[in-house]
Write a protein that binds this ligand. Sequence first.
Ligand SMILES: [Zn+2]
Length: 470
Amino acid sequence: MRVGPAVSAFALGLALNAQTPAQPDWKALEPEMMQQFQAILRFDTRNPPGNEHLVADYLKGVFDKAGIPAQIYALDANRSNVVARLTGNGKKRPILIMGHSDVVTVDESKWKFPPFGATRDGGWVYARGTVDDKDNLTAGLMTMLFLKRFNVPLDRDVIFLSEAGEEGASNFGIGFMVNQHYPAIDAEYCLAEGGGAIRIGGVAKYTTVETLEKIPRGIELVAHGISGHGSIPLKSNAIVHLAGAVARVGQWRPEIRFNETTGSYFRGLAQVASPDVARHYRDVLSTDPKVRAAADDWLLENEPLHSSMLRTSVSPNIFTGGYRSNVIPSEAKATLDVRALPDEDPVKFLEQVKKIVNDPAVDVHFTAQNVRPASAFDARLDSEPYQVLEAAAKRIYDTVTLPTMSTGATDMAQLRARGVQCFGIGAAIDMEDGPKGFGMHSDQERLLESELYRFVRYNYEVVSDLARAR
Ligand SMILES: [Zn+2]
């Protein structure tokens, strides 16, 4: 890192010591990080309707003032995206850092502090978006500002994207950018949401990086029968057939299959978990079917997220049929939420579901609403970014890094489908906070102030390690 001779290191927030490159004086930069975080949190970007232009316009102003070229991209004027770019010498392909500017809706009556107030209380910041995903947005912004301010020479462009519509309207955000403005964000690597250090009892135990995600696919079951008068029960009753089919599918647990990410994850978790819990993580990896089944049962009962990570999961979530108590309906319908392992063969899987349903009166097919593409390129664990992320977690959080497969879908899906290696990161959260009702999408979303600062440093060091000129 070079420091211009005209400006003192102190003014730049740099602490110079004998070794170069100099490290930013992180303590001195904290008020600025907090001010930006609060400014971003205070824009009401609940989606729907979104109004992400509030954040986009604000960020554009910050970049303009800092002398960083930035541009607004919008499919809908109220739902704009911002791309800012620091230009490198072109030796390597760009890195993209992104965060979504929309947040999920709020029930204001349930919030102790106003959801868009960014209130600081007891070392925490309270607001919708503190951990999903205005932490990533703020860290990305700070990284851009600091790289520019400290004149860090770059081997690759660093691109920042503030994207709209992640929470269920990605056609305005990542979909629009990938389909219509791909050259503006085309990169070798991408950092986005989906990971972070996990604290237990106030201490970071491990840091997750999302390297893979499941693919959402809906399956519809439609039972057909003969309609008639409710006073004369019929064997062909569509509701009875559908109920049987749904019950069979609901009881079914598709086979367990590990990939590089989930195998490393469970092995790593077994290293850091308490011995009584670690046993289950080891057992589920066992080749002994009995040992594995017992661990599988335990996970389904106690850690359903981990149970879902083992397999393509199926959850019946909609069940409709009938309209009057004295009419036997001729049709009844159920929708299954299927979250497929990335390597799942959809055609073969549908055949398996048909076998489980095992009823010619029930038609089984995929729904039309499979919105996210399947990943063509998963993030590799032997890649440079993963190693840089591992080293940063060791340095900053003093933890190991575990790769994770998200059971949900993120905006990385569209980029992975284009061949970008994407890594999901985030600020550290307390394992105990979610069950207490403070997690993402909850009625009291919050982040520790100290963890905002730590995450900005992690983000900055990762990006500068990957992009700095050598
Ligand atoms: Zn999110």
